[in-house]
Ligand binder design. Structure first.
Ligand code: SF4
Ligand code: SF4
Length: 266
């Protein structure tokens, strides 16, 4: 059996995830040894777009028609499509929740008119899963070296892993960190998916949610915990909106508002 054929691609984003793959330095030769890298424009001009891929890693959100076209081409030729980085998995900061105003109004405020950028027509920024089937995800802003290598190792053995479905707090507790919430800091660990090893709280920095929201069943009770700690709903939503993606932040806002209405009616 030959080596798995792999392509690494970027849509709209900062390219930080591809850069962090290159930053694997010591392990990079092994990656190139295990996989047949067919396309990775950040690392090599040599590319072969006419082959079927076993695995495609895609970073960035779908924010233009060109992105969408590119994503469709990648999906068509790939057995496994992996969304890497927050933009690809949740939409990134470009899809942050900004209230009810349609995104095109915000676009016009920035560029003056709807069709200001003519290179490729813009679309409302969305994660890959809004358009195609995504087989595996690796969140993070940007992705971290260790989780990426673990993921690549599993994929090389034909295993398609899932991200853990428990919050950063669990990893934080395993490291025996003192909880930042108890010290009065708004840490989004209770609402954020684990996998990063609780890097930030381990350095006394509150989690800002870059691994994205945990499953709905958990975040409602955790949001209430933040309310109990004295944080205002707007403050929680505003912090979460940056990385939570439009849909989840809106749900969080509605949930907190209805909870407050219930409480005031008692
Ligand atoms: S510091 Fe943050 S991540 Fe750690 S336990 Fe407290 S709330 Fe959770
Ligand atoms: S602790 Fe939070 S902000 Fe820091 S890397 Fe992990 S998920 Fe991202």
């Amino acid at each position: 059996m030959g080596k798995p054929k792999v392509g690494i691609y970027g849509l709209t984003g900062c390219a930080g995830d591809q850069l962090n793959i290159i930053n694997c330095e010591d392990e990079l030769l092994k990656i190139f040894d295990i996989f047949e890298i067919e396309s990775f424009v950040m690392a090599s001009r040599a590319k072969n777009e006419n082959v079927e891929l076993d695995v495609a890693f895609v970073e960035g959100s779908v924010s233009t028609e060109k992105d969408l076209e590119h994503l469709m081409e990648i999906r068509k030729k790939s057995k496994i499509l992996v969304a890497i980085g927050h933009c690809a998995v949740f939409g990134g900061v470009q899809s942050m929740f900004m209230g009810k105003e349609p995104w095109i109004e915000r676009y016009k405020k920035v560029y003056g008119k709807e069709n200001a950028v003519t290179l490729t027509p813009p679309l409302e920024p969305k994660p890959l899963a809004a358009y195609v089937k995504v087989d595996a995800v690796l969140p993070g802003c940007p992705i971290e070296k260790e989780p990426f290598l673990k993921l690549a190792g599993k994929l090389a053995h034909g295993i398609v892993p899932k991200v853990p479905d428990f919050p950063v707090c669990a990893e934080c507790k395993w490291k025996e960190n003192e909880c930042l919430l108890l010290k009065g800091q708004l840490c989004l660990g209770p609402l954020t998916n684990s996998g990063c090893g609780a890097i930030c709280p381990s350095m006394n920095i509150p989690c800002i949610g870059c691994w994205g929201p945990i499953a709905k069943e958990n975040w409602e009770s955790e949001a209430l915990l933040l309310l109990e700690k004295g944080y205002k709903p707007d403050e929680i939503v505003k912090r979460f909106a940056i990385f939570g993606g439009t849909e989840r932040a809106e749900l969080l806002k509605n949930f907190l508002e209805s909870h407050q209405k219930q409480e005031s009616g008692k």
